[in-house]
Ligand binder design. Structure first.
Ligand code: AMP
Ligand code: MN
Ligand code: MN
Ligand code: MN
Length: 281
């Protein structure tokens, strides 16, 4: 399965500890088999897969970066901030993530009620069948239920119809603040990275303010290459990183073999001129 196109670094992926479909050990084994040399497991708001992933990484001979993807609310926008090389035992980070996860169940109940109003009953019960970490029910689990029950052809279609911002099953939610997320990551010895920056529906002015605020807080990198970006966006975000003095990261955002745009390590090289975040590992 190894091919020359596989990136040695994949610094963003998910396991069953959040909304991925493979166990942490299986994610690591798949990455190693595909030729990835350094993998960061970045479950949403959750560090509990890292111990299992570390055992698997030692067995497979690949480097594991202890990491996390934190859900953040910044001016009504939901952002994701990746923390690389965090201490998975850091008490402040652990407590911050516990608090961030805490609202998910009630949010899921409200999403289910909203879906009921548009003719989809029992969506929470349906989603629960796909939940693999009881503290981490996510929109992805609702999407799997809606696809498997024949209401949509793809998870993308589910988001477009029901779950994206402003759609009938969308429920606004207050996640961690940007300040807290970066503080927790830095306090745990980690490097803060803005995940898939091209995905956020912000104005040009907000984008500039976000980059400035993130840098002022001590954020160090942008995901330039990600499964969420087009090739044009690689170039755009490489320029923004250079402009703001950010390092550049790369990650597939793998959730499962059939669900993700990209498999583990299926990433082109960073655009020339980028300073890779791993130069500082
Ligand atoms: P949540 O944290 O519950 O809001 O769920 C967010 C997750 O939903 C993301 O991490 C992705 O896995 C998934 N997701 C968000 N937007 C989309 C989309 N447009 N298509 C497919 N999956 C998406
Ligand atoms: Mn996800
Ligand atoms: Mn994300
Ligand atoms: Mn992700």
């Amino acid at each position: 399965m190894t091919s020359s196109r596989v990136s040695a670094y994949d610094l963003h992926c998910h396991s069953t500890r959040s909304d991925g479909v493979m166990q942490p050990a299986a994610v690591v084994a798949r990455a190693a088999q595909r030729g990835v040399k350094t993998l960061a497991l970045t479950d949403h708001d959750e560090l509990s897969g890292l111990a299992e992933a570390r055992v698997a990484a030692e067995a497979a001979g690949i480097d594991l970066v202890d990491a996390v993807e934190i859900s953040v609310t910044w001016r009504q926008h939901t952002l994701h901030i990746v923390g690389l090389h965090v201490d998975p035992d850091d008490p402040v980070l652990l407590e911050g993530l516990r608090g961030t996860r805490a609202g998910r169940h009630e949010r899921a109940q409200r999403m289910s009620a909203e879906l009921e109003r548009v003719g989809i009953p029992d969506a929470l019960a349906g989603a629960q069948a796909y939940v693999t970490n009881p503290e981490l029910v996510s929109r992805t689990h609702f999407a799997r239920f809606l696809v498997e029950s024949g209401r949509a052809r793809s998870t993308q279609a589910v988001f477009d119809t029901w779950l994206a911002t402003g759609k009938p099953g969308y429920v606004a939610h207050e996640w961690a603040s940007l300040e807290d997320a970066v503080r927790w990551i830095r306090g745990a010895g980690g490097m803060a990275v803005i995940a898939h920056p091209g995905r956020y529906k912000v104005t040009d002015a907000e984008r500039n303010e976000l980059l400035g605020a993130f840098r002022d807080l001590g954020g160090v990198a942008l995901e330039v290459v990600t499964g969420s970006h087009t090739p044009e966006q690689y170039g755009y975000w490489a320029k923004r990183a250079a402009e703001f003095g950010f390092l550049a990261s790369t990650g597939s955002d793998f959730h499962g073999p059939r669900e993700s745009y990209r498999d583990l390590g299926d990433l082109p090289p960073l655009p020339s001129g980028c300073r890779p975040v791993w130069a500082q590992f």
